[in-house]
Design a protein. Structure first.
Lengths: 262, 262
């Protein structure tokens, strides 16, 4: 237990220092998640709020929350892992008495911490620009929303980690991320609140893990009505499916690992 | 000039040979183009299904804009991403040294060294969508209009290239701006929709600061026969200006390049 805590502290502080060094990049990255805000502009321009049984204020809050969720659920493990595997950096990691999975997870969490000031700044600007009239969600739903956002991050991290295992079989597996991004973009509630979908499409989206990654935490965060237990159960079910799959693929992949590079 | 053309041919034949090593990527790229297109269509249908539309554009006219976006995205996957995405790595590992030592313009080398045939389905899909949608929108463009649109699209591509190159060139100072290009890619998503669909403030931003308007809306208006002289001139001016800016900034940046040990 003590060892675990110390490990976590060291990993996180090293990765945090590393991320701080490259804060310019993180600032740019924070900007790259502006999509939900662009979509907010379009949806309010289209006067859609009335028909979605969402008030304009709720629409504002939803997309602002989706923006925050998106910021703290960014996952890029497949790209780092591909590079590490191709350049042979994975080999020393494998010699250490620690699953490399934890190293990547720590890097992501450290990066989220570096991102906080930029996200706060952007939220503040949007707030001042007019979304502020929409009111502030109660602290309880704020806290719960942020917690569920972390769960959403874990789910997305796990899903991408499963896809990442393709790196053991192909040298260009990172291209798969482009495919994974498409359903994430269109089905997660990032570009449109799920209420706007026709019933069939909504059912289709519900059968995928993607709404759990944006729509569910964003609704919690914005103080909307959600089926909390049902949402959490869905997330747990997907994680319960993905984790064994990941471990299985990791073992199979490791046997194929040829330790390229120096 | 002839030397540059000869070099370009050598570059691209070798790039093609290298890329054909990974035929599976053709499938991934094709699926990605189709998936993105399908997602965008569904999203557009969500707006139009409610009879609100976007910024006064009809369904078919909005499809022309989407076609322009798909086309430019194809250009990005074919040329910009493979080349300009590498600049950051050259700076970080110091291999930019070797580029600078070559007896050829460094900006040319960095911008044209390779090309990816897998972006071609996107180009094709874009052209098909533009032709079909423009036809259904009732446009019967004269040859001169088609030529003019092609010219405006060239301007769009040049603007896009310059923006991307400028961002990548800042890696000389910030070293790791791997995501700078992601920012661009995700902000340009705004170009999927006619610029008049956005609120006035964003519209100004998308015209003057981040010229999304020139990328897709202006060429779309041209093929629909609604181009006005001021916009055409502005587009030409923007292309010249941003190309000049990218050139000037690169020369300036190189003075700060301190190389890196590898």
């Amino acid at each position: 237990m003590k060892r675990t805590l110390r490990l976590a502290r060291v990993l996180l502080s090293v990765q945090y220092a590393y991320m701080l060094e490259y804060r310019a990049e993180i600032a740019l990255w924070a900007l790259s998640g502006l999509l939900p805000l662009i979509m907010l502009a379009l949806w309010s321009g289209a006067g859609a709020a009335g028909e979605l049984s969402l008030s304009p204020a709720a629409l504002n809050r939803y997309f602002l929350a989706a923006f925050v969720v998106r910021q703290f659920t960014v996952v890029w493990v497949i790209h780092v892992f591909e590079e590490d595997a191709l350049q042979g950096r994975l080999s020393p990691y494998l010699l250490q008495p620690l699953h490399p999975f934890w190293r990547y997870l720590a890097a992501h969490i450290a990066e989220q911490a570096t991102r906080v000031p930029f996200v706060l700044a952007i939220v503040l600007v949007v707030w001042l620009l007019g979304a502020g009239t929409s009111g502030w969600p109660p602290p309880s739903s704020l806290l719960l929303g942020l917690l569920v956002t972390q769960l959403a991050f874990l789910l997305r991290f796990l899903l991408q980690s499963v896809i990442t295992m393709a790196c053991f079989w192909s040298e260009r597996a990172a291209a798969l991320d482009r495919l994974l991004l498409i359903p994430y973009l269109f089905l997660s509630g990032l570009v449109a609140p799920l209420e706007a979908f026709p019933p069939g499409l909504r059912r289709l989206a519900g059968a995928t893990p993607f709404p759990s990654m944006v729509s569910f935490p964003a609704r919690l965060l914005s103080g909307g009505e959600v089926d909390l237990l049902g949402g959490l159960a869905t997330m747990a079910a997907w994680m319960g499916l993905l984790l064994p799959l990941y471990l299985l693929l990791w073992r199979a992949g490791l046997r194929r690992y040829a330790a390229m590079g120096a | 000039m002839a030397r540059y053309l000869r070099t370009l041919r050598a570059f691209w034949t070798s790039a093609l040979a290298a890329e054909l090593e990974y035929p599976a990527n053709a499938l991934i790229e094709l699926l990605s183009v189709l998936g993105n297109l399908a997602g965008s269509l569904v999203l557009l249908a969500l707006f139009y299904g409610r009879g609100h539309g976007l910024g006064g554009w009809s369904w078919n006219e909005a499809l022309v804009v989407l076609g322009m976006y798909t086309l430019l995205d194809g250009v990005t996957s074919t040329l910009l991403q493979p080349n300009l995405g590498e600049i950051v790595n050259h700076v970080r590992t110091g291999s930019l040294d070797f580029v600078l030592l070559k007896p050829i313009d460094s900006q040319f080398w960095l911008s044209a060294r390779t090309f990816s045939p897998w972006g071609l389905p996107g180009l094709l899909a874009g052209v098909v969508l533009i032709v079909v949608a423009a036809g259904r929108a009732g446009a019967a463009p004269a040859p001169i209009t088609v030529l003019g649109t092609a010219g405006l699209l060239l301007c769009s591509a040049l603007i896009l290239y310059s923006l991307w190159f400028v961002l990548a060139a800042t890696s000389i100072w910030f070293v790791k701006v791997w995501n700078a290009t992601e920012v661009l890619r995700s902000t340009l998503v705004a170009g999927r929709f006619p610029v008049s669909a956005y609120p006035p403030l964003l519209r100004t931003l998308f015209t003057l600061v981040l010229p999304v308007a020139f990328l897709t809306t202006v060429p779309a208006e041209a093929i629909l026969g609604r181009a006005t002289l001021p916009w055409v001139l502005a587009s030409l001016g923007m292309a010249t200006l941003s190309l000049g800016l990218s050139r000037g900034l690169w020369r300036h940046a190189l003075r700060y390049y301190t190389s890196a040990s590898s």
